[in-house]
Ligand binder design. Structure first.
Ligand code: HPA
Length: 276
């Protein structure tokens, strides 16, 4: 049984009552070093909130409060995946905590496989749209009207203005980023070569096992979303190299080093947009 949002909020109030984050961040596989950018961190384990704990190597399960470039942030260090048995309810609770804390934006990072040969392992890609290839939707069930509308518009779910600012900052720092469509599978298997060929014809540029449920919940409650992927491999069947979780972590580290530089500058540059 997952805790109610109210129960989680009262625990947070006790440990981080004076934190009023404007930006939420979700860190994907191998991207935990981004949390080290947070100044004056206050850490709360998901367990203390009664939430399930992630089990994937490369994922911690901590809420980290603090500032980046003087902007108050809350970082979800480690995400919950459906393939681990996490419920949609727990994913909804995590994202809605960010909203309830008063944040305006959610920066979602992830590891992903690239379906484009011109964007290889170690590169960073901005997500400009998604294809929900998971077998469900986190908003199925009674709608909480206090959170958002029954029917959610996902056009421009990945905020065009914030994407533009991110790309400009990255180019200025000599780490230009491409944009693409993220397709989310349930996992935990990597795809088959036939699936990747099919996904390509569907218009996917990246493939991963997360992001989409969180973004749907975030858009439902009106958070502005930025999605950034660390490309950890060419998708299955596209290169000689076999795709393994260990291999993805190695390249996540290379992309994470770029993101560690770009994200603070992006937050600084986009401060007004992120906080409004
Ligand atoms: N497929 C699915 N998820 C992933 C991949 C992939 O190739 N790489 C990193 N996460």
């Amino acid at each position: 049984m997952e805790p109610s949002l109210d129960a989680a909020m009262s625990v947070i109030k006790k440990y981080a009552g004076n934190s009023f984050p404007k930006v939420g961040m979700i860190l994907g596989s191998g991207l935990a070093p981004l949390a080290d950018q947070i100044v004056n961190p206050i850490t709360i384990p998901y367990q203390a909130l009664g939430l399930s704990t992630g089990t994937v190597m490369g994922h911690a399960s901590l809420l980290v409060f603090g500032t980046i470039k003087d902007v108050p942030v809350v970082c979800l260090k480690g995400r919950l995946h459906l393939y681990e048995g996490a419920s949609y309810e727990s994913i909804r609770t995590l994202v809605r905590i960010v909203k309830h804390l008063g944040a305006h934006s959610l920066l979602v990072t992830c590891a992903a496989g690239s379906l484009r040969k011109d964007v290889g392992p170690g590169e960073v890609m901005l997500i400009n749209d998604h294809i929900n290839f998971q077998p469900g939707n986190p908003l199925v069930g009674p709608n909480d009207e206090s959170m958002g509308p029954r029917f959610v518009n996902l056009e421009d779910a990945y905020d065009p203005g914030l994407r533009k600012t991110f790309a400009t900052v990255a180019s200025r720092m000599n780490m230009p980023v491409q944009e693409g469509v993220y397709l989310s599978t349930l996992g935990p298997c990597f795809e088959t070569p036939a699936e990747i060929r099919a996904f390509k014809t569907m218009g996917a540029d990246l493939v991963g096992m997360s992001v989409v449920p969180e973004v749907i919940v975030a858009r439902h409650c009106g958070l502005r979303v930025v999605g950034v992927a660390a490309i950890t491999n060419l998708a299955v069947g596209m290169s000689e190299e076999k795709v393994t979780h260990e291999g993805t972590l190695q390249y996540a580290d290379i992309a994470a080093r770029k993101l560690v530089k770009i994200i603070p500058e992006f937050i600084h540059e986009a401060k007004a947009e992120l906080c409004a």
